[in-house]
Design a protein around this ligand. Structure first.
Ligand SMILES: [Zn+2]
Length: 68
């Protein structure tokens, strides 16, 4: 196997074209987390996780959440 000895240098910004820069930035977008409704209490929760409000998963109580 050929061992490449490539060093990464900072590139002056005017040497990077707008298209090249924008193409690189295209992967930077943040994505909105997927949320679903808890079937027991209706709160917005992340899928495949125990509900923080009522402590249930798939309509079964898993954790006892004490109300403050
Ligand atoms: Zn819930």
């Amino acid at each position: 196997m050929i061992k490449l000895n490539i060093q990464m240098f900072a590139v002056p910004f005017h040497k990077v074209s707008k298209t090249r820069k924008r193409t690189r930035q295209a992967h930077k977008a943040l994505d909105v987390p997927t949320m679903t409704k808890c079937p027991t209490c209706g709160a917005m929760i992340k899928p495949h996780r125990v509900c923080k409000k009522c402590g249930s998963y798939k309509k079964e109580t898993i954790v006892n959440v004490e109300e403050a």
